[in-house]
Design a protein around this ligand. Sequence first.
Ligand code: AP5
Ligand code: MG
Ligand code: ZN
Length: 215
Amino acid sequence: MKILVMGPPGAGKGSQSAKIVKSYNIPSISTGQMFREAYKNNESMGIEAMEYIKNGNLVSDQITNKIVKHRLHRYDTERSFLLDGYPRTVRQAVALDEMLENMGTKLDAVINILSSNDVLFERMENRRVCKKCGATYHLIFKKPSISGVCDLCSGELYQREDDTLESVKRRLEIYETKTKPLLDYYEKKGILYNINGMQPFDNVYADIELVLREL
Ligand code: AP5
Ligand code: MG
Ligand code: ZN
């Protein structure tokens, strides 16, 4: 199963991807998560990427394609993988197709999680993330048992650097202009599946599962 999870910022890509990779036991490749991890570890790539991320801009195609290529070359991606948040420009999509072609494979499905901007703003404002393990919470819909503490690893919860109002606005703008055109690209390939992301977590997941079961 080789799938891609798409959607605007805050749509629930990360939350649904976490559930999919756990149920199907497949590796997850999230470029956003890789950048944040590299930043946390003080790697120069991460520090450079954070300059773009915190303002809501995209990291360059060149850097992004390079880290994905490197990650796809690990042995665990041969049978299955899930991509979260990559590609998000047409150039990245073309680069990915080339990488997969060289690996003798292709994508099976693109899960596109849809949501209105009101919902997206609200979700990013209330999102908290674990510093240690990256688990995602929501102050209303997915509250941690102890305020400010991760249920899974007791790590500290924080608000992402790019979840400021200004940055969220910019990310939504970029989604509209740079990422949305990709939907056409995958629609034409006949592998695009639209999912209503404005439902409770489990209902969104159930809709995704209906698609995955047919693959
Ligand atoms: P990335 O980390 O991918 O961020 P994003 O695309 O902006 O998406 P988010 O992670 O903000 O949202 P999500 O859809 O994962 O939602 P989540 O599940 O957390 O990228 C960050 C940055 O890195 C980019 O802006 C860019 O700078 C850079 N970058 C990354 N990839 C790149 C690339 N390919 N090229 C160039 N640059 C790149 O959910 C959000 C909140 O809502 C949570 O609190 C959650 O608990 C809650 N929630 C989720 N689902 C529901 C539900 N059904 N009901 C109620 N609440 C819900
Ligand atoms: Mg995410
Ligand atoms: Zn944690």
